[in-house]
Design a protein around this ligand. Structure first.
Ligand code: NAD
Length: 247
């Protein structure tokens, strides 16, 4: 079997941790990265205490030197990267009409810069190697404007959907696919943290299928998109939103 090496950002907890675990279970060597170094290192140690197939590292996705350092680390550990999952994001609820421009800019730039830099730095390396898979975590909020999350978060996710198409077109001829997964509300800590419990009941009642999404299935979608056989899918956005947004 081909040795496969994946980098997952924002993988200290939530969806990113499930994705990192899933890719590791599937035989990838995984660089587990997050702003929160301790948690990334702990997850990697849990995946492989020997450190042979999983390593944790601090990575701020908004900083190009950090992204370049992650690429260098992968090369030093295992060789060329074959998959990148741009999962890290700042999720915040905020009142749109009183949202300070500083907060707007911080969330927008962190979330979009992370995807931009990941696709640029890893996309170039993968293109030079003739193969690669990049998956960007977008959101239903980027498609319908969002419900509980702020305008900065929703705008950043819309930009991520566009960046996915731009990089997909740029890299398609070099064997590198770039796709987005667009989840609606999932049963994850950030949802319970961001949405007050009384409002969450109303959110769930408004989901056509009647329940929050199972984040393990998002990990399944990512695993399929990074597989060798997914080479004909690029520039796509795969939705998982319980029927909240139909197109
Ligand atoms: N949870 C949901 O229902 C839901 C719905 C739609 C989209 N998403 C998307 O899925 C992804 C994961 O969601 P989650 O629920 O696990 O969120 P989360 O907030 O629990 O996890 C995000 C992770 O990203 C990290 N992070 C934040 N800023 C960072 C930075 N600058 N550099 C590196 N790491 C950083 C955080 O430390 C955290 O570990 C996000 O992109 C989110 O927008 C989630």
């Amino acid at each position: 079997m081909t040795v496969r090496t994946a980098v997952v950002t924002g993988a200290a907890g939530g969806m990113g941790a499930l994705i990192a675990r899933r890719l590791h279970d599937e035989g990838h060597q995984v660089l587990v990265t997050d702003l929160v170094e301790d948690a990334a290192v702990a997850l990697a140690a849990d995946l492989d205490p020997s450190g042979a197939t999983a390593v944790g590292m601090r990575l701020d996705v908004a900083r190009k030197p950090d992204v370049e350092a992650a690429l260098a680390r992968v090369r030093q550990l295992w060789g060329e990267p074959t998959a990148l999952v741009n999962n890290a994001a700042m999720t915040q609820a905020a009142d749109l009409m009183t949202l300070p421009v500083e907060d707007f800019a911080r969330v927008l730039t962190t979330n979009t810069n992370g995807v931009f830099l990941g696709c640029q730095v890893f996309g170039a390396a993968m293109a030079a190697n003739g193969h690669g898979r990049i998956v960007n975590l977008a959101s239903l909020a980027g498609q319908n404007g969002g419900t509980a999350t702020g305008g900065h978060y929703a705008a950043s996710k819309g930009a991520i959907l566009t960046l996915t198409k731009v990089f997909a077109r740029e890299l398609a001829g070099a064997g590198v696919t770039v796709n987005a997964v667009s989840p609606g509300p999932h049963d994850l800590p950030v949802v319970h943290r961001t949405v007050p419990e009384d409002k969450l009941a109303a959110v769930v009642a408004g989901i056509p299928v009647g329940h929050l999404g199972d984040p393990a299935f998002i990990a399944d979608m990512v695993a399929l998109l990074v597989s060798d056989r997914a080479g004909f899918v690029t520039g796509a956005c795969w939705d998982a939103n319980g029927g909240l947004y139909l197109r």
